[in-house]
Ligand binder design. Structure first.
Ligand code: CDP
Ligand code: MG
Length: 144
């Protein structure tokens, strides 16, 4: 078991429904610790950069527009096997295919408005945390 950090983004659908607190509560109850957090309203340019791996996919433009439709909450989460654990807690990309009890199943509306983002690998986690939170400055060390 190893302590990892991962990046999570509470997406505009949740922010618009006033459910930010519920999502944070959900993640904390599953054992993930919030060690960095900020609310940002992404520009189209920044959202395109963040999701550049998908730039040639048909859903890209619509997804980017959706991600910029309200502020989002960006968090660095820490815990044992945090990257995989967070992906499990989130559930499948399409809420209709996500397992019962996952965030996307409970809170997601469709494949675009699917509540939450989570890094999918160690490399992505490191890169995404730096993209938003510049690891050394915006991440706290919290002793239990
Ligand atoms: O977020 P996740 O890593 O589960 O999925 P992804 O394949 O990396 O896709 C990134 C995001 O693009 C998803 O979370 C969806 O919001 C969006 N997407 C979409 O709108 N339509 C698709 N057919 C696939 C993904
Ligand atoms: Mg992904």
């Amino acid at each position: 078991m190893r302590i990892e950090k991962t990046l999570s983004i509470i997406k505009p659908d949740i922010v618009k429904k006033n459910q930010i607190g519920e999502i944070i509560n959900f993640l904390e109850k599953k054992g993930l610790k919030v060690v960095g957090m900020k609310m940002v309203h992404l520009t189209i340019q920044k959202a395109k950069r963040f999701y550049q791996e998908h730039q040639n996919r048909p859903f890209f433009e619509g997804m980017v527009k959706f991600m910029c439709s309200s502020p989002v909450v960006v968090m660095c989460l820490e815990g044992e096997n945090a990257i995989k654990l967070n992906r499990e807690i989130m559930g499948a990309t399409n809420p209709h295919e996500a397992k019962e009890g996952t965030i996307r199943k409970i809170y997601g509306k469709n494949i675009e408005a699917n509540a939450i983002h989570g890094s999918d690998s160690e490399e992505a986690a490191e890169q995404e945390i730096n993209f938003f939170l510049k690891a050394n400055y915006s991440i706290n060390k919290i002793k239990n």
